[in-house]
Design a protein. Structure first.
Length: 456
């Protein structure tokens, strides 16, 4: 399940004075929101690395916890997957960008995970139904999109709620799965939902905060499937496995599967890992969730850092705790926020899968620098993050970094470069943010930061 509000991607508005509905910007921005901007932002063609800086022991540990536990912590007693070719269909109010993004991700499944999966029209093994967000969140308020077994549409899902039909822990062979995605959201969110929910429809159902190189993580830093995710799916459909196997049976053959699929990972032992204490997960959810007061969020973030330190973690979970602490202090204590983000950055830079996470921190630090009038620092942070974010195909984050850099260039007297960068960002902004209103709102937030910085 991809969550709607566990973590806000951006916090620029918290750094700047809130703009009014009609903001008069100091330079033209119409090109960013023009209706003729293409739906394809042109960032999905990069060559992907298939090298994993992972041992097979760590991969096996994460694989077992991803496959044999639900996000709630419930144990899944039997291994399950589709047996035979997999078909996918799109139904409902299908956004214009969705068929192209579906074709791209299915091509990756075939090439990188070796899956026999095809898009078709008509009834299919996996039905992706697009619905208004309000319709979905009236039933599942926290979900941006989600996947359920044994049904093929919304009406069937509603009729089966609160029954064993939708209980993944009772599934041994997958035959029908439904994915529900908002029809009234940005093209990027549609694509992100297709990546994560299709992967879970066919493969593991759990998310782990410790997996810093995966979309199977509720921190939502990775928006498209990674090399680790593709290896997990290739493993899931290895001929040595079959539906109905127990965790012990899977663990017994997992080392040999990984030795074949990932020989650089070395010999593996296959044992599950230790799950995060519920107190830490609850603190993260409170800190970054939509409910509670600002004071409660700050206390929860500080609690998450304390729990992570007490657990002896030095991985993604400690870094994410610091990231949360930075996020909740942006509005009230900029100094504390910068310290927390810097701590998160220091850890992320040491992690094999941490480059994307570090780029998110760089965006935050670039916003702080711009609002302080430190234009060269803002440009430096943006330049460091932009190549990573482009490779990760995160159009919304890339557009934000470009707009931050453009404002810094403008403030530095480099107006021609700023104008060219804004033009290059038009398609990214439409794909990443969605509507013209949302594009203008994000542009206004960044312009407000720049005005604040120019006042010194």
């Amino acid at each position: 399940m991809r969550y709607a509000s566990l973590i806000a991607l951006f916090s620029l508005a918290a750094c700047a004075p809130a703009p009014t509905a009609q903001v008069s910007l100091s330079r033209p921005t119409a090109d960013l929101s023009t209706a003729s901007a293409p739906l394809d932002p042109g960032i999905g063609t990069q060559q992907r690395s298939t090298t994993l800086a992972r041992t097979n022991t760590s991969i096996a540990r994460d694989y077992l916890d991803l496959v044999f536990r639900m996000e709630s912590g419930r144990v899944i007693p039997a291994f399950s997957r589709f047996e035979g070719p997999i078909t996918v269909t799109l139904t409902g109010s299908v956004p214009a960008s969705a068929p192209n993004d579906l074709d791209r991700v299915l091509a990756r499944f075939r090439a990188e995970a070796g899956l026999d999966v095809q898009a078709i029209t008509g009834p299919a093994a996996i039905t992706v139904q697009f619905l208004p967000r309000a319709t979905m969140q009236a039933v599942v308020p926290s979900a941006a999109c989600f996947v359920v077994p044994r049904v093929s549409g919304w009406d069937e899902y509603r009729a089966s709620r609160n029954t064993a039909t939708l209980d993944w822990t009772t599934v041994t062979v997958r035959d029908r799965v439904a994915i529900f995605v908002p029809s009234d959201t940005s093209p990027q969110e549609v694509r992100d939902c297709l990546h994560e929910e299709l992967a879970q429809a066919m493969g593991p159902l759990n998310d782990l905060y410790r997996t810093d190189d995966s979309v199977f993580n509720d921190d939502n830093f990775h928006t498209t499937l990674t090399s680790f995710d593709m290896l997990v799916l290739r493993t899931h459909y290895s001929p040595e496995l079959r539906s109905g196997m127990t965790q012990g049976q899977v663990a017994a053959v997992l080392p040999s599967i990984l030795a074949r699929l990932n020989p650089s990972g070395g010999a593996a032992s296959a044992t599950p890992g230790d799950l995060e204490p519920r107190s830490w997960t609850a603190a993260i959810e409170t800190a970054l969730g939509p409910r509670g007061s600002d004071a409660a969020r700050r206390a929860a973030a500080a609690r998450a850092v304390s729990i992570a330190m007490a657990q002896g973690w030095r991985d993604n979970r400690l870094a994410f705790s610091y990231f949360a602490l930075g996020r909740v202090n942006v509005r009230t204590d900029v100094g504390q926020a910068v310290i927390a983000f810097s701590q998160a950055q220091r850890i992320y830079q040491t992690l094999p899968g941490g480059a994307v996470h570090a780029a998110h921190v760089d965006m935050q630090l670039a916003a702080f620098a711009l609002s302080a009038g430190q234009t060269e620092e803002a440009i430096r942070y943006a330049d460091r993050a932009i190549p990573v974010v482009r490779q990760a195909e995160n159009a919304a984050l890339l557009a934000t970094l470009n707009l931050l850099k453009a404002e810094a260039l403008e403030m530095s007297g480099r107006g021609a470069e700023a104008s060219a960068l804004r033009l290059d960002t038009a398609a990214l902004a439409r794909y990443g943010f969605g509507t013209e209103v949302q594009v203008r709102a994000r542009t206004a937030e960044i312009s407000a930061l720049a005005r604040r910085g120019s006042r010194g």
